[in-house]
Design a protein around this ligand. Sequence first.
Ligand SMILES: [Zn+2]
Length: 383
Amino acid sequence: MTVIQEIQADLAEMVGFPTVSNRPVTELAAHLAQRAEDLGLRVERFDDPDQDGKCTVIAVAGPGPGPDGEGLTITGHMDVVPTEGQPWSSDPFALTERDGRLYGRGTADMKGFLASTHAALARIPVARLRRPLALVWTHDEEIGCLGSAKLVEAWRRDGRILPRACLVGEPTDFRILRMHPGHVAVELELSGVAAHSSRPDLGVNAIEAAARVVEQIRQLAEELRSERADLPELERPFVAVNVARIEGGSAVNIVPDRCVITMGYRPLPGMEPTEPWSRLLERLERLDPPVQLEGRIQRITPSMLTPEGTRLQAQLAPHASAPGCGAAGFATDGGNLAALGLQPLVFGPGSIDVAHKADEHVSIDALAKATDVVGALIQGRCL
Ligand SMILES: [Zn+2]
């Protein structure tokens, strides 16, 4: 089999597992574990402690990672985004080739990269690696990098480490991205006092209180927007804020006693993720008359900021489609992995522009190139 046939067969099998984030990844995880074992790596599974059918696959070769950080970590996610309501020209879970491109859900984001990594490893004497190599295949990346968050939490507790240089093979059209914003989701629950609408003086309207809170969020968003970060890589170098959902009230003749606002914001690379949240709470505490509210952070997806000029960057540079480093507009598992001391760079085949849409695809040439790049990296860092 040629490299391309090999990648295509592997990718066809992986696309056939409909690993949409709300479904189990067990079958794909088993496939990846088997592939890694066949390639001579040692495999470990990290099961999600909170839900069945979800796990991260870790496959290692060479000596164990040391404090010098040498070697290479390669990471990708197994889950894909849904296809419902999208006008696909062919079955999204059956790999289809047209005009040198491979179509199917996950081809670009990011099962194609996984297949390229396998093909690269098949051409390397894995048993002879002198420095550590680790593959980390995560779950539930698309819904907030949940798999990597749980892995990192457990591994930090246990004092486990990975090689410091980390390639996150997301589709970047072979641009090197060293940073991205994070995402924080929060919920604000306003309490009022219910009353019949004919006697409003006996009630406290929670929706009216929510309206005042939304106005504060809007003002903070404006303030944040004017505080531009000195990160020229970012297309939008400010904390983006979104009031996403509001829910409250029960009937037209009742003063509502409860209203819940869900909002999200995107902390900048390197920023303490809860800082904007603290600023909002300060504003809300100053409201006069006061509002009765309870605020909770629902989820923090960390930002990522890897310093300019790492050796991995220099090794990727000759293969990159643009000089220097850029920023991703989307969050990746790299944000979580950085908490283990890793220095991730996002770089991979395919385009994020086609990734979550109908007729997602990646070119065969790009996967062949990714195979060469991953092979050269492993040779350069681990052999
Ligand atoms: Zn992705």
